[in-house]
Ligand binder design. Structure first.
Ligand code: RIB
Ligand code: CA
Length: 313
């Protein structure tokens, strides 16, 4: 089967970095048409720089990286330096990127790519706030039916929130953008905290990256060492959830995952529950199912895939 053409929309972020490395290490499964940076974990100036650092670490400096929206549609940007550190990629010391940022705005790249490729041939993989995706949909509604699928990391239901008691960070940062995307009619697969909290970086799993003896393996081990301190302190868990790589692993090995097609709507009005993904898991409403909401994963199979692929770089 031909590799799946994707655009990764991202706010690196250590877990974004692992997702991007997984995609770039899997050319038989994935063709990365471009990477679009958005403000999220850290401001845009850092997310676009971090995306280039990651591409160079993967040995893919030819990857096209675009800068996108630097703030949510209607709200002040909320960032997550408390999780990812000041640079967004705290842990190892990394040199500034040499590869250039691609000219043009990320939203224009998303629109042009969807218009210039056959309808249904490009998958969008947002792993940060949905500002770029929603802006592209608002500016060019004609692209919506041309999207093959949106596979995103965001939201939570039974697992509830990680940035507020009810909201997951990516949705919380730009709930209006998320509302536009979830109401768009595009085919959506969601990797919420309900599944990402089941892929935790344990000591043996991080050691497997160190044991590769490669620069990339060591970087991934150092990123996850840094990234996990927040979740261990907050949840008392054994390690950090590798949220964003779940999106890419789904594209490569969907059988590792399972979930349910349900209605998901976004809270945009209540300050108390702003950014909550209200999933009608038990079908108690007649609201149309608009998303495949993933809640189960074979964690050992996920890490076996991740380790094999990262070991290639
Ligand atoms: O809530 C987890 C999500 O927020 C991940 O995408 C992480 O990178 C941050 O963006
Ligand atoms: Ca992210």
């Amino acid at each position: 089967m031909a590799p799946r053409k994707i655009i990764i929309d991202t706010d690196p972020g250590q877990d974004d970095a692992v997702a991007i490395l997984l995609a770039l290490a899997s050319p038989e499964d994935i063709e990365v048409l471009g990477i679009t940076a958005v403000a999220g974990n850290v401001p845009l100036a850092l997310t676009q720089k971090n995306a280039r650092i990651i591409c160079e670490l993967a040995g893919k400096p030819e990857t096209r990286v675009f800068a996108g929206c630097d703030a949510p549609l209607k709200r002040k940007l909320v960032t997550a330096e408390h999780v990812h550190g000041k640079t967004g990629l705290d842990g190892p010391q990394l040199p500034a990127p040499v590869m250039p940022l691609s000219p043009g705005h990320a939203v224009d790249f998303i629109i042009e790519t969807l218009r210039n490729h056959p309808s249904g041939s490009v998958t969008l993989c947002p792993i940060g706030p949905l500002t770029n995706i929603a802006t592209a949909m608002q500016r060019a509604p004609d692209i919506i039916p041309r999207i093959a699928e949106i596979v995103l990391m965001g939201g939570a239901y039974f697992e509830v929130g990680n940035i507020t008691p009810t909201a997951e960070f990516n949705i919380y940062v730009d709930p209006e953008a998320a509302d536009i995307v979830f109401r768009s009619g595009a085919a959506i697969t969601v990797m919420p905290l309900d599944v990402t909290h089941k892929v935790l970086t344990t000591r043996p799993r991080i050691q497997a990256f160190r044991d590769m003896g490669t620069r990339t393996g060591t970087m991934v081990a150092e990123w996850t060492d840094f990234f996990e301190r927040f979740d261990i302190a907050k949840y008392g868990s054994e390690g950090a959830p590798l949220h964003d790589p779940c999106v890419i692993a789904w594209l490569i090995a969907p059988d590792l995952f399972s979930g349910r097609k349900v209605n998901v709507e976004i809270e945009t009005q209540s300050e108390l529950t702003l950014g909550m993904t209200v999933a009608d898991w038990w079908g108690v409403t007649d609201r149309a199912a608009n998303a495949l909401f993933i809640n189960e994963v074979d964690a050992d199979g996920f890490f076996a895939l991740l380790t094999e692929r990262i070991g290639r770089l």
